[in-house]
Design a protein around this ligand. Structure first.
Ligand code: SAH
Length: 189
């Protein structure tokens, strides 16, 4: 934990770990290799629940194995569907929703998050948050269409009324502008 500023993901984990308490519900909207799913499952405890979405079987499979190795399977529902359909599976408010854009590291680099589905999912996610609930996005832009997706994500967050959400962006000023960074929105009541 001493090197939290080295990576966008570790900065993000640091913020989110302060917000979640046992019994909370949380969503990993892009399961990938399962690191965020495990992270959330540890925080929500035995009485909480994590919902994990991915359209790629390899991601769901890897994460299923990882969860079972950590004895955390009972806290997580893995859903092999797009996060743009989040409202089909979740109707009650959740404390945290995490997105990690781009492709699955070590997987098929052709299967990527896309502007249209990402924005649709982000819109639905905002309306699913509890009071003081948080939506976080780790933005990657090096995949095909990634630069356009990044612009769309920024425009989306810029347009959110400040009376409803606090929206912050955290990036490394001394790295390339294509380096991953974080956008976090917190419902302010
Ligand atoms: N770029 C990050 C990892 C991103 S993983 C890194 O380097 O660590 C992104 C995951 O999102 C992939 O596993 C991919 O299959 C998944 N994904 C793509 N489109 C999706 C969608 N519409 N719904 C849910 N998951 C999706």
């Amino acid at each position: 934990m001493s090197d939290i500023f080295a990576r966008a993901t570790s900065i993000n984990h640091d913020f989110i770990s302060r917000l979640i308490t046992p019994g909370d519900k949380a969503v990993d909207a892009t399961v990938g290799n399962g690191h965020d799913t495990i992270f959330l499952a540890n925080l929500v405890g035995d009485t909480g629940k994590v919902y994990g979405f991915d359209i790629q079987d390899m991601a769901i499979e890897r994460t299923k194995n990882l969860l079972s190795a950590h004895n955390l399977s009972n806290r997580v529902l893995l859903i092999a569907d797009g996060h743009e359909n989040i409202d089909k599976y979740i109707q009650h408010p959740v404390k945290v929703i995490m997105f990690n854009l781009g492709y699955l590291p070590g997987g098929d680099h052709g299967i990527i998050t896309r502007e249209e589905t990402t924005i649709a999912a982000l819109k639905k996610s905002l309306s699913l948050l509890t009071p003081h609930g948080v939506l976080s996005v780790v933005v990657y832009s090096r995949h095909h269409g990634g630069e356009r997706e990044k612009q769309a994500v920024e425009s989306f967050f810029e347009s959110i009324p400040k009376t409803e959400f606090h929206v912050v962006k955290i990036n490394h000023l001394n790295r390339l502008s294509s380096s991953p960074y974080i956008i976090i929105a917190q419902r302010n009541d």
